[in-house]
Structures are given as C-alpha cells and as structure tokens.
Design a protein around this ligand. Structure first.
Ligand SMILES: Cc1ncc(COP(=O)(O)O)c(C=O)c1O
Length: 391
C-alpha cells in the first residue's frame, strides 16, 4: 500500500524534533552536529534568536495579504538586496525552483520585447541542478531527472562543465542566455574557476546575451562573499536565490538588472505567497546578519579552519576520502568509499552530512557554527571514517 506521504524521498531513519544553533536533537534525545543545515538552508543555524523574533513578531501582526497590496516587509527586503548586490529589482518566490521558472521566463521575454522572439535557447551544463519543475528538469537535462516526464520544455542546450570552447561554439542567433551555478551543489560541489566565470561574462557581453546565475545553494554568504560570483569580480544579469535567504522559512528571489527585467511588466508574472510578510520579515533578519562584512570575514576564517582540518582528515584516511573541494562553507569530500556509507557512518556518530553526485559528501554547515563545533565535527567525522575503513 502506498504510504500516506508520497514516497519520492529516500529518508534516513531520523526524526529531529528540535534545533539549537548547529545542533539537531533527535526524538530519542541524541544530539547531532548539523553539517547539512537542511541542504544549505539554515544559514544562521537553528532557532537563531533574531530570526525567531522576526518571525514571531510578524506572526502576531499579519501573515498574508496578497500581492494585490503593498507589502512593506517585501519592500524592505528588496531594498536591502538592491543595496548590497548588482541588482536593480527583485521578485520574491517561495523556492529555488520557482526562481528558475522566472529566470527562464525573464530571459525569453527580454528578447521577445527586443524584437528577437527566436532567441529562446538557454545554455546549461552537465551536472547542474535547477529544481524539479518542468523548466528545472529540462534545464538540467540529465536522464535521472527527466526520464518519464516528457515531453520536456524545449529550448535548453546542454554542454559539458567547464568547457569554454564548447560554450563559445554553441552560441547562436537562437541563444538567449547562459544559466550556471557558480558552485555546483547537487552535482558534487564543483566550483567554476573564476577565469571561467569571467570568460562566460565576456561571451555574454560579446554576443549580447544574458548571464543567469543560480545561487540558490551557493549564495547568501555560503562561499564567504554575500554571493559567490563576487569572487570572480563579475556581475550577472539575472540571479536565482532561495535556501539561505529565508534561513529555514520558505523564501526565494530573482534579482535582475533593470535592463534584463525590462520585459516583466505588470501582469506578466505573479505568485500568491511569494514575498509574503512572514518570509520577508525573516529574510530581512537574515540579510542584516549575513551582509555584515564582519560576519562574512568570520565565515571565511571558519571556512579556512574547517578546510585545513578536513585536508588532515582526508590525508589520514586515503582509503575513505580522495579530496576536499569547494568554496567557503560549501565544502565537499570526494569519497573513495561509497558516499552514502560515509553519510550513514556519520549518522551512527551523530554528525549530519549530505550526499551529492560524483560520490561526494557535502558539508554545508550553518554559517555561524563555532570553533568548538568545528572541532567536534572533526572528531565525529574521524570516527565515521574509521568505521567505514573498518567495514
Ligand atoms: C542550485 C539549485 N537550484 C535550484 C534548486 C531548487 O530549489 P528548491 O528545492 O528550493 O526548489 C536547488 C535545490 O537544491 C539548487 O541547489
């Protein structure tokens, strides 16, 4: 008999009932160190006082009104994002997938309105993940995500990861945009080198096409800059955001330049819940914390510390691990052992990590984890590695 919850997930036999900072408490009382943060969502850990305050005080006043009306919390969050990024304008969604939908629509509408309605193609890359909607799976294009769900949304051109010549050759008079994650998350924590990111920006400028960055997983302080593309010193035309921006409350956004957004006039897009007062009140509190240069400096310091310790772990367990990769607190351990076995051994030792493609385990801890948390994480990962090696 089918379970009452549609069985689309392979769930671990863990039931967390409470969270405190970087810690999760299981129903049986065990305390797990959370290096997954709900897949890069709980940017400020669990039950952060500023987020609890923002949510509860908003909840006592007003939950929902609809985008038929002015929403001051939405305006405040849009202003913060415009002030701190390349963007001139922001649309709020509830998830990364919805951000992908709008990014694709925005790029196509841009060229339609410019009198180039045939420019509909979007170049995407092997190993990418942009969500599970029809546009998201068509954008990623992998058989794993698309099989059985045809007919697929047309207009996506899939290229190998990190192959500049292939991109240059694929751009045609049908190309509207290049869509890429600056650091692939689901694909196995694969950072795009800065030179390649600059190369993509140059190609877009040369051909007058749009650069869309998917910073759903790598954005909001995760790599040690507010947004990952800042490391390459470039700016996109359109950027997808979600996960960390809500700190655990469902919230996403599409950020764009005035030019890229020019086709999105009244009536061209909308969302019932997108930008609701609860989500935006929390988003403002997240931005107040994460956009602070001192906070980001701490993310970078802790990332350096964690990475150094992880290099030691990999060196002392060459039979389990191959390498450390990633950027900031978006780290991956490429495994020699089966990655799921390492994740499961982590559960046995009360540390949470997240599997990814390419036999990688992801470490995406809360950005405000402490030095003590890092020391504890290493002890637990060490025990997990020994367990896997002994098996
Ligand atoms: C890079 C990227 N884009 C898009 C998505 C989809 O986001 P959501 O699951 O919030 O719809 C994800 C989710 O993992 C992601 O990592």
């Amino acid at each position: 008999m089918i379970p009452s919850v549609l069985p689309t997930y392979n769930r671990a036999p863990l039931q967390f009932v409470k969270g405190e900072g970087a810690w999760l408490i299981e129903a049986d009382g065990r305390r797990f160190l959370d290096l997954g943060a709900g897949i890069a969502v709980n940017a400020l850990g669990h039950a952060h006082p500023a987020l609890v305050e923002a949510l509860t005080s908003q909840a006592q006043n007003l939950w929902h009104v609809s985008n038929l009306y002015q929403i001051p919390q939405q305006q405040a969050l849009a202003d913060k994002l415009v002030e701190t990024t390349f963007a001139d304008t922001v649309f709020f969604t509830n998830s990364g997938t919805e951000s992908c939908e709008l990014a694709v629509k925005m790029a196509r509408k841009y060229f339609y309105d410019k009198g180039q309605p045939d420019r509909v193609e979007i170049i995407t890359f092997e190993g990418s993940f942009h969500g599970r909607s029809s546009a998201g799976i068509a954008a990623a294009g992998s058989e794993k995500m698309t099989k059985g769900f045809g007919p697929l949304l047309p207009g996506f051109v899939h290229l190998p990861w990190n192959d500049h010549d292939a991109v240059a050759a694929a751009i045609s008079d049908k190309t509207a945009a290049i869509l890429i994650e600056p650091v692939q998350g689901e694909g196995g924590i694969r950072p795009l080198p800065d030179t390649c990111m600059k190369g993509l920006r140059d190609l877009c400028d040369e051909h007058g096409i749009l650069l869309i960055l998917d910073e759903v997983q790598c954005g909001v302080g995760r790599t040690g800059k507010l947004f990952a593309h800042e490391w390459a010193g470039i700016t996109p035309d359109i950027m997808m955001v979600a996960k960390g921006i809500g700190g655990g409350f469902p919230l996403g956004a599409v950020l764009a330049t005035e030019d890229a957004a020019s086709g999105m006039t009244a009536g061209t897009h909308g969302s019932t819940y997108g930008g609701n007062p609860l989500g935006c009140a929390v988003g403002c509190a997240v931005m107040d914390a994460v956009a602070d240069p001192e906070f980001l400096a701490e993310v970078n310091r802790k990332a350096g510390l964690l990475r150094q310790k992880l290099e030691g772990l990999v060196a002392s367990h060459p039979e389990v691990f191959e390498e450390v990769r990633g950027s900031g607190l978006m780290l991956g351990l490429k495994c020699k052992a089966v990655n799921i076995d390492v994740v499961n051994a982590g559960y046995d030792n009360e540390v949470v990590t997240v599997p990814a493609a390419d036999n990688v385990i992801r470490l995406l801890p809360p950005l405000n984890l402490t030095d003590e948390d890092i020391a504890e994480a290493l002890q637990r990962l060490e025990k997990a590695a020994k367990q896997v090696a002994a098996a």
